[in-house]
Design a protein around this ligand. Structure first.
Ligand code: GLN
Length: 451
C-alpha cells in the first residue's frame, strides 16, 4: 500500500531520491513468513520505513543530496540501518534532503526540491524535508532523519508530523555522513508521539563504532508515551516564544497547547534564558567550521565524484579543485568558505573561540532552567511553511528560522516537535518540548499527553 502511495504522490511531492521497492517487498514477505512460523518478532517488524539519504545503506546508493555522491554505493550499513534491517523493517527508499544537510527548505538538493504535501507551493522544511513529506503524504508510516540545528524538528513542524532529536550521543552516528560532528544526531520522524517512541527505542543504544556514543542504556520510551501523565509536571516557557519574529498564527496555536497542558495538571512558568539570544550566532560559526573540516574528504581521490580539468595539466590539486567546483552546490560552498575563514590562524580566537564560549553559556542557562522545571516549551519554528526561493534572496532570514531548534543542539539536549494545530493560513504549527540530557522519556510523557 505504501509503495502504491509513493507512486501516486511522488510526482507531486518528490520525497524520495531512491525508491527500493523490490528490497522492501522482499523484506515484507520474509517477515510474513517468519510471523506465519510463529517466530517472535520485533514490535515494528514489517512496518516500512523511509531513510534520509545522509545515512548509508549497503548496496543502495547514498547521495547526501549532492552531486558529489550521486553514484556512490556504500559497501557497509550505518549502525541505525543495520538495526532497522535486523528488526525487520522494510526500507522503502532514501529520502530527499538539503545537500549534506545544510538548509531549512529541502531546496538545496541536487535531485530537485521536495514539496510540502499540505500545500505544494510551500517548502516542507529541511534538511530532512524528504522524510517529513514522506510521512505527511502517507508514503511512509515511519521515517528517519538527522538534526544538526533543527533538521528533524523544523520539517516535522512544517508538515504536521512528529520529530524527535535524541540526546547527543544516544543514537549512533556511525555511517551517518557528517555535517557538524559535535551537533549531529539521528532521530525518528512519524505521525504520532507513540510511533516516535517505538522507533526511537529501536535506534538508540551504545555503539562502540561511534567514539561519542554514550554508555547509558535506553529507557522505555514507549511506556512513557503511553503513560501520558503530566500532573504536577513543571513546564518552563522560553521567553523568546513571545518574541517579535513569531507569527500570530504560531503564537495562538502555541498558547492553546500550553492551555491544554495546564488543564491536564501541568504547572506553566515563564523563564528567561538570555544566552539563547546568541545561540544562532554561535551555531553559524561552529557549524561551518566543522563542515569545512568534514567536507574536506570529498576531494575526487577517495570516493564519489572525480572531475578532471578541461584544459591544462592534470595535477592532484587541479583535480581536487575541479571535483569540488562541480560537485558542491552553492550553499555547501558558502559554508566551507565561512568555516575555513573562521578557523584560519589569526581569526580562530575571535570567531571559533568566542562561539565556543557562547556554547558554554547556553549550556549553563539550560542547566539553571532545569533546576526549576522538568521540560521547556517553545514553538518549533517562528512561522508556518513558507514559499520557495526565499533563502536565495536572503540567507540571513532563513537562518533565523532555526532560533528555537539550535540551542538544543549546542547543549546536546533532546527535543521533540509535535503538531499543535492549524494556523489561520491552513498550515500546521509545531510545538517543541526540550528535556535535560538523557531525560528523553520526559518528552514522550508530556508529548503523549498532548496527542
Ligand atoms: N537549518 C539548519 C542549517 O541549515 C539546520 C540543518 C540541520 O539540522 N542539519 O544548518
Amino acid at each position: 500500500a505504501h509503495l502504491d502511495q509513493i507512486e501516486r504522490a511522488e510526482p507531486l511531492v518528490n520525497s524520495f531520491i531512491t525508491v527500493t521497492a523490490d528490497d522492501a517487498l522482499a523484506t515484507a514477505r520474509q517477515i510474513d513468513e517468519r510471523r506465519a512460523r510463529g517466530e517472535e518478532l520485533h514490535p515494528l517488524a514489517g512496518v516500512p520505513v523511509a531513510v534520509k539519504d545522509l545515512i548509508v545503506t549497503k548496496g543502495t546508493r547514498t547521495t547526501a543530496g549532492s552531486k558529489m555522491l550521486q553514484e556512490w554505493v556504500p559497501p557497509y550499513d550505518a549502525t541505525v540501518t543495520a538495526k532497522v534491517r535486523e528488526a525487520g523493517l522494510p526500507i522503502l527508499g532514501k529520502t530527499n534532503m538539503d545537500e549534506f544537510a545544510m538548509g531549512s527548505t529541502t531546496e538545496h538538493s541536487a535531485f530537485g526540491r521536495t514539496y510540502n504535501p499540505w500545500h505544494t507551493g510551500r517548502v516542507p522544511g529541511g534538511s530532512s524535508g524528504g522524510s517529513a513529506a514522506a510521512v505527511a503524504a502517507w508514503e511512509a508510516p515511519l521515517a528517519i532523519g538527522t538534526d544538526t540545528g533543527g533538521s528533524i524538528r523544523q520539517p516535522a513542524a512544517l508538515t504536521g508530523t512528529v520529530g524527535v532529536k535524541p540526546t547527543y550521543g544516544s543514537v549512533s552516528r556511525y555511517g551517518v555522513i557528517a555535517m557538524a560532528s559535535s551537533l549531529d544526531q539521528v532521530g525518528p520522524m512519524t505521525r504520532t508521539v507513540a510511533d516516535a517512541a517505538a522507533l526511537h527505542e529501536l535506534l538508540a543504544g551504545h555503539d562502540a563504532q561511534d567514539s561519542t556514543s554514550l554508555p547509558q542504556a535506553v529507557p522505555g520510551f514507549r511506556a512513557a508515551a503511553a503513560n501520558r501523565d503530566v500532573k504536577g509536571l513543571k513546564v518552563g516557557v522560553l521567553a523568546q516564544s513571545y518574541g517579535a519574529g513569531v507569527s500570530a498564527g504560531v503564537r495562538g496555536s502555541f498558547q492553546a497547547a500550553l492551555d491544554l497542558l495546564a488543564e491536564a495538571g501541568a504547572e506553566i512558568v515563564e523563564l528567561q534564558l538570555p544566552a539563547l539570544d546568541y545561540a544562532l550566532d554561535a551555531y553559524y560559526l561552529i557549524m561551518p567550521s566543522e563542515v569545512s573540516s568534514n567536507l574536506a574528504r570529498f576531494d575526487g581521490m577517495r570516493y564519489g565524484l572525480r572531475a578532471e580539468p578541461q584544459d591544462g595539466p592534470v595535477t592532484a590539486e587541479r583535480v581536487m579543485a575541479e571535483t569540488r567546483r562541480q560537485g558542491f552546490g552553492w550553499e555547501a560552498k558558502r559554508r566551507i568558505i565561512l568555516g575555513t575563514y573562521a578557523l584560519s590562524a589569526g581569526y580562530y580566537d575571535a570567531y571559533y573561540g568566542s562561539a565556543q564560549k557562547v556554547r558554554t553559556l547556553v549550556k549553563r542557562d539550560f542547566a539553571r532552567a532545569f533546576e526549576q522545571v522538568d521540560v521547556l516549551a517553545s514553538p518549533t519554528a517562528p512561522t508556518t511553511a513558507f514559499g520557495f526561493g526565499q533563502d536565495a534572496e536572503d540567507p540571513m532570514t532563513m537562518y533565523l528560522n532555526d532560533v528555537f531548534t539550535i540551542p538544543a543542539n549546542l547543549a546536546g539536549l533532546p527535543g521533540l516537535s509535535l503538531p499543535s494545530g492549524i494556523a489561520g493560513d491552513g498550515l500546521p504549527v509545531g510545538f517543541q518540548l526540550l528535556a535535560p540530557e538523557l531525560a528523553d522519556e520526559r518528552l514522550y510523557s508530556a508529548g503523549g499527553a498532548l496527542e
